[in-house]
Design a protein around this ligand. Structure first.
Ligand code: ADP
Ligand code: MG
Length: 694
């Protein structure tokens, strides 16, 4: 068995029995090797004991003194163990309220009056004197708790003391045998220590260590661990990119007459950003290497037109093109648009979703396989069960399924590999996109076509509720429709449901008894949701109260007012997406953000971004700045693995460095050395189950 993957049972450690091993396993620590990579979350500096007289209540402090007395007090059947210590100038009382007989006798024998001890704990001010409750103790020169002491994230049933003891043993056993997967020269160039050194240092920092950089997590040893993680991520992306690019693609000539006449037939000119993106795509497709490109742009920026123009290029060259979207409703919408566009040049186009069954499905599959139908719009169903194409040149897919979709298509197509265009309406700042989509080239449409109306945005507090009701009534009186969105309540689904239902009832019974009010919740089946959404779209409700984020991309042009309750509970980018549900028709639209009375000034400042900006990019950037990328988009959803040590956004300079080094490693060797390949595979299989992500 190779060293790197060795898994030594936890029970081989002193102090770890079956019970503790089980607790550790439940928290994901399976072996002694795993323990070695469980780094401290913080460090306590116990090198410089403080004079007792200078102690302040509330602080965690370390003091050094002599034991004056050890005594046990009983009060109402409860005992308190007290140890009085002095550093000659001041006196401090150490107290334990819970302890066992063993602890007591141990304390009495190890800390007899006159012996020197070091105690660390939180200082409390109590009845006119300073005390420390349940401090950590060590004897002077005791090997364990003086110096800079690591603090670990604990597992239930394992205290700090035991955790240190077992991790120290784990490090002693394994650190010496750790292999350094990163080439020596790379580490030297970056002035980074080796992995074994870093592991030892982080768990047992020497007395002359820089405690503050350890606590900030930016010591060279921290950087080495983070860099390793980022490097294997980047190597994985590059490896994947290489594998894909060695496949032969289909070269599509530039500027087909089909594309040109389609663009001329449109009632508008492409924006500059659209033209730029289209020519990047077209240039990529002229190559006989498959394109892997991300097309990003805010909702309404006109991605579909660009994608369709590229699809026509493929068709003009005698091949097929498909568009895959996540839901049937969206597939139908796109199909309707594209059918209209395909009608004039007379290009056959088909819709392929899960609803398509039986004879029709078989027929369409045949037509795809024979190449009779060059354009197909569909959902995942399109590739789910072995649909083959006679000559697929371009696959346009929605970001949500990019990994799975690309892989399956790449596997299935035995011939030449299709070009891929991934569209996303989540405008990711370039710095972030480089990190997440390192295996894709990037085109950005950062411009909204002229003539769009801005949605007027206001922040209302609870005292503005009467004003809100007047605004709602006014829109409805003018024949418009209103969304009222309620945030998801975390606790239980039931409370989420009842909150929205109560709200709907309140509007229906008390506030607007004459209006038609619909309710949409996450607990409804997708058929029920579809039915409610359709009814609202057809004007059968005046107001739609909803707890679920109304499906992105679904159009209700007659809806002109979006009310968002507890707006402070939403992320800015989510608010932007919700606001995008209105302002889609010719009527002017508003978005009202309702906030609670308890809302902090900070939260209110944050919401003001919504008033200032209508740009998804700006808002996303702000959201990222405030909340970090983890909240901004689920990393899994973005196709990014979970990082254990590095933070893709905070450590983005290190990420850029990792990207550069990964490129060099590939360039130098043409292919990666085996030990690196092994590490890359391990990284990806640990963090991201590729097989199940699609
Ligand atoms: P996206 O997919 O980026 O959300 P769409 O491609 O659906 O945006 O475009 C939104 C609307 O804008 C469509 O009705 C489309 O016809 C229209 N549109 C696209 N490009 C332009 C343009 N350059 N000028 C005016 N309208 C445009
Ligand atoms: Mg769209």
């Amino acid at each position: 068995m190779d060293k790197a993957n060795r898994k030594t049972p936890l029970t081989e450690l002193n102090g770890v029995g079956g019970k503790i091993a089980k607790k550790l396993q439940q928290s994901g620590v399976q072996s002694i090797e795993d323990l070695t990579f469980l780094f401290p979350r913080a460090y306590q500096d116990r090198r410089h004991p403080q004079p007792i007289l200078t102690l302040k209540a509330g602080a965690i402090s370390t003091i050094r003194g002599q034991v004056l007395s050890v005594s046990e007090r009983r009060f109402r059947r409860r005992s308190t163990l007290e140890v009085m210590i002095t550093d000659n100038r001041g006196v401090l009382l150490l107290k334990w309220f819970r302890y066992n007989r063993w602890f007591k006798s141990n304390l009495q024998s190890r800390f007899a009056p006159g012996s020197e001890i070091i105690a660390t704990g939180k200082v409390d001010f109590f009845a006119g004197a300073l005390e420390m409750h349940h401090p950590e103790l060590s004897q002077v020169n005791g090997e364990e708790t003086s110096g800079i002491v690591p603090i670990y994230t604990l597992t239930e049933g394992v205290n700090q003391h035991l955790m240190r003891r077992i991790i120290r043993q784990a490090v002693d056993r394994t650190a010496g045998q750790l292999e350094e997967p990163i080439p020596q020269e790379t580490l030297q160039d970056l002035s980074l220590p080796s992995l074994p050194d870093s592991v030892r240092y982080l768990h047992t920092p020497p007395d002359d260590a820089d405690e503050s950089s350890l606590n900030r997590g930016d010591s060279p040893y921290h950087l080495r661990v983070k860099f390793g993680e980022l490097l294997f991520f980047q190597l994985g992306i590059l490896k994947r990119k290489r594998e894909l690019s060695t496949r032969e693609g289909i070269s599509i000539p530039l500027k087909s007459s089909l594309t040109t006449s389609f663009l001329e037939s449109l009632p508008f000119d492409l924006t500059e950003a659209q033209s730029g993106a289209l020519s990047e795509i077209e240039t990529d497709m002229t190559l006989d290497v498959p394109m892997h490109r991300l097309l990003q742009g805010d909702v309404g920026s006109g991605k579909t037109v660009v994608a369709f123009a590229a699809m026509l290029g493929a068709v003009a060259a005698g091949h097929q093109a498909i568009l895959m979207v996540p839901t049937e409703v969206l597939a139908e919408q796109h199909f309707a648009n594209m059918s209209a566009w395909a009608k004039d040049p007379g290009i056959p186009i088909a819709l392929f979703t899960g609803r398509l069954t039986g004879q029709k499905r078989t027929e369409l599959s045949h037509e795809a396989a024979s190449g009779e139908i060059p354009l197909i719009v569909g959902t995942h169903a399109l590739i789910q069960e072995g649909t083959v194409f006679s000559s697929l040149a371009l696959a346009v897919v929605d970001e949500q399924h990019r990994f799975g979709v690309m892989q399956r298509l790449a596997l299935k197509e035995k011939g030449k590999a299709p070009h891929f265009l991934v569209m996303t309406a989540t405008p990711i700042p370039r710095s972030m996109a480089m990190v997440i989509y390192g295996d894709l080239d990037l085109s950005t449409i950062d411009e909204i076509p002229p003539g769009r109306q801005d949605v007027q945005t206001k922040i209302f507090t609870q005292s503005d509720r009467a004003k809100l009701h007047i605004s709602i009534a006014k829109e409805v009186r003018e024949g418009r429709q209103v969304f009222i969105v309620y945030p998801l309540v975390e606790e239980t689904e039931r409370s989420e449901l009842s909150a929205a239902r109560e709200m709907a009832d309140l509007y229906r019974d008390r506030i607007f008894p004459n209006l038609r009010i619909g309710l949409l919740t996450g607990r409804m089946s997708s058929e029920e949701k579809d039915a409610v959404m359709k009814a609202f779209r057809h004007g059968e409700y005046d107001i739609l109260v909803s707890t679920t984020v109304i499906e992105v991309g679904v159009d209700v042009p007659n809806a002109t007012l979006m009310v968002i309750e507890h707006a402070e509970r939403f992320g800015l980018f989510q608010l932007h997406q919700l606001r995008g549900r209105v302002g889609r028709g010719r009527h002017s639209s508003q978005c009202i953000l309702m906030v609670g009375d308890q809302v902090s000034n900070e939260a209110r400042e944050r919401l003001k971004v919504m008033i200032r900006s209508s740009s998804g990019f700006e808002i996303a950037e702000e959201d990222l700045r405030i909340r970090g990328p983890g909240d901004f988009l689920g990393t899994r959803q973005a196709g990014m693995p979970d990082f254990r040590y590095a933070h893709p956004m905070k450590d983005r300079e290190l990420m850029a460095e990792a990207q550069r080094v990964a490129g060099e490693l590939f360039r130098e060797s043409g292919k990666l050395p085996d030990n690196l390949v092994k590490e890359v595979n391990r990284f990806w299989s640990d963090r991201l189950n590729l097989a199940s992500s699609g």
